[in-house]
Design a protein around this ligand. Structure first.
Ligand SMILES: *Cc1c(COP(=O)(O)O)cnc(C)c1O
Length: 461
């Protein structure tokens, strides 16, 4: 074994060889040293376990090829682009909404240059970073003012911390939700230092339940949109309009965590209806919070719209400084919101809406192309079919509703081959992510951002 260890080159020797110098000029001295050391450590472990040299170290050509590969991999960003064929258009694990062309341009410009972020160009004095977006949001939603933070979870935390610290928040038992990723309404309440007062029952809550719970320590009445579940059967919930009326009567404000927060009525496009921000504002809710990267189809942000005096207090809270957005996100969000000023063009320009409104005929044509391309690459281990599929919006929008779609399904003729193929899909330069259902691998076309690059990726198989 000692003889084998002695056959390994020293780091110094590798660095001084012409191929080593070549690597240094490409990747830099420090990185090449780390690469040599890493590969040598691995080689020593291999020798200990197998009493032979690893193939990497059989000759210098292989050693330098391995070093080159290691260094290239180190340089590659690990947050990789993937092809989303899950059929879930807004997939939280895959990064939710795609940015529109316009928002990408705006964000890129903000990255490269200084921007008048907190500077009023007309007055030549300091201004507020949420100003541009606030104006737009008021125009679009009918609210008086707006506040933008990191995400909707942050928006909820900020509302609770600003107005309800040491006080009580009344909420229906049917709305004590968990969104996933440790966002639970009771936990957020505890973080914000407020006391949760549950009213009603899991399936039914009435206006009187809220009324009876109000006392001098009540900060507000809260509604939470039941994003990712539905209570069916013998149910009853109090609408925002009724709650707002009670709030006015008792002088207690009403806030809503709307989750997805659509800015347009999806039923216009034949899609399942999701409550809009405008509706909640019109119903008299004092503050409405929602995400920027769900149905709005923009960037990760949490948006709060509502009464001016309330928004001013949110803006003045120290947590706002902690949770604020940077110039790139604000530029991307502003550009996204500007698309809504031209609703007729929205389904062309906003990728989320473009995907959701694609016709089934178009998806079928895409599926034919994908199937043909896969067939030319795969052997007889699999059976390929084009099948009707049911896609979903995702990110807690209309969890029970499905959007008609088309998928290429793969079933195995040879046992064990399908999971191996699914793994192979994930090892492609741009991994292909489908969904396993009823023993088949479903490649759903509804959530595919770009069919041409998908077909090119399939060619790698
Ligand atoms: C998604 C969602 C949240 C969390 O929003 P993020 O933007 O992911 O922080 C909070 N509340 C509801 C009702 C949601 O649907």
């Amino acid at each position: 074994m000692t003889a084998l260890f002695q056959q390994l080159p020293s780091v110094d020797k590798l660095l001084k060889m012409p191929q080593g110098e070549q690597l240094i000029s490409e990747f830099g001295h420090s990185a090449v040293v780390v690469a040599c050391r890493t590969l040598l450590v691995q080689a020593r472990q291999f020798i200990q376990q197998h009493q032979q040299l690893p193939t990497n170290f059989l000759d210098f050509e292989r050693t330098f090829a391995a070093l080159q590969q290691y260094l290239q991999q180190q340089n590659q960003v690990q947050i990789k682009a993937v092809h989303n064929l899950t059929g879930t258009v807004l997939h939280t694990n895959l990064g939710r909404a795609l940015w529109s062309e316009e928002s990408q341009q705006a964000a890129l410009a903000a990255m490269r240059q200084n921007v008048a972020l907190e500077y009023d160009l007309d007055e030549g004095k300091r201004s507020h970073r949420d100003n541009y977006i606030s104006e737009l949001l008021c125009r679009l939603t009918g609210a008086q003012a707006a506040c933008v933070v990191n995400n909707n979870a942050a928006a909820v935390l900020l509302m609770l911390a600003t107005f309800a610290q040491g006080k009580e928040v009344i909420i229906s038992r049917g709305e004590l939700i968990e969104i996933g990723g440790a966002f639970r309404i009771p936990d957020i309440m505890a973080q914000a230092g407020c006391r949760l007062v549950e009213v009603g029952t899991t399936n039914r809550t009435h206006l009187n339940d809220y009324r009876n719970a109000i006392n001098e320590n009540t900060a507000f009445l809260m509604k939470v949109h039941s994003s990712n579940y539905q209570i069916c059967g013998f149910t009853s919930a109090v609408s925002e309009a009724e709650l707002a009326e009670l709030g006015r009567e008792m002088n207690v404000p009403v806030i809503t965590d709307l989750g997805s927060g659509a800015l347009m009525d999806l039923s216009r496009y034949g899609l399942p209806k999701e409550p809009t921000v405008q509706e909640k504002v019109a119903q008299g809710v004092d503050l409405v919070s929602f995400s920027g990267d769900k149905l709005l189809g923009g960037v990760q942000a949490g948006i709060i719209v509502g009464k001016k005096a309330w928004i001013e207090r949110l803006q003045a809270h120290p947590l706002k400084r902690v949770l604020r957005c940077d110039k790139v996100i604000l530029a991307g969000l502003e550009a996204t919101l500007r698309l809504y000023l031209n609703p007729e063009k929205l389904s062309e320009r906003l990728p989320t809406l473009r995907l959701l409104t694609k016709s089934v005929e178009q998806l079928r044509a895409d599926a034919e192309r994908l199937k043909a391309r896969l067939e030319s690459r795969l052997n007889a281990d699999f059976q390929l079919q084009i099948e009707d599929s049911l896609a979903q919006i995702g990110s807690g929008s209309q969890p029970m509703e499905r959007v008609p779609s088309v998928a290429v399904t793969l079933s195995e003729k040879t046992p064990q081959k399908l999971s191996a193929l699914s793994t192979r899909f994930k090892q492609l330069s741009q991994p292909i992510i489908g969904r396993m259902e009823n023993g088949k691998l479903w490649l759903d076309l509804r959530s595919v951002a770009d069919i041409e690059t998908l077909l090119n990726t399939v060619d790698e198989l």
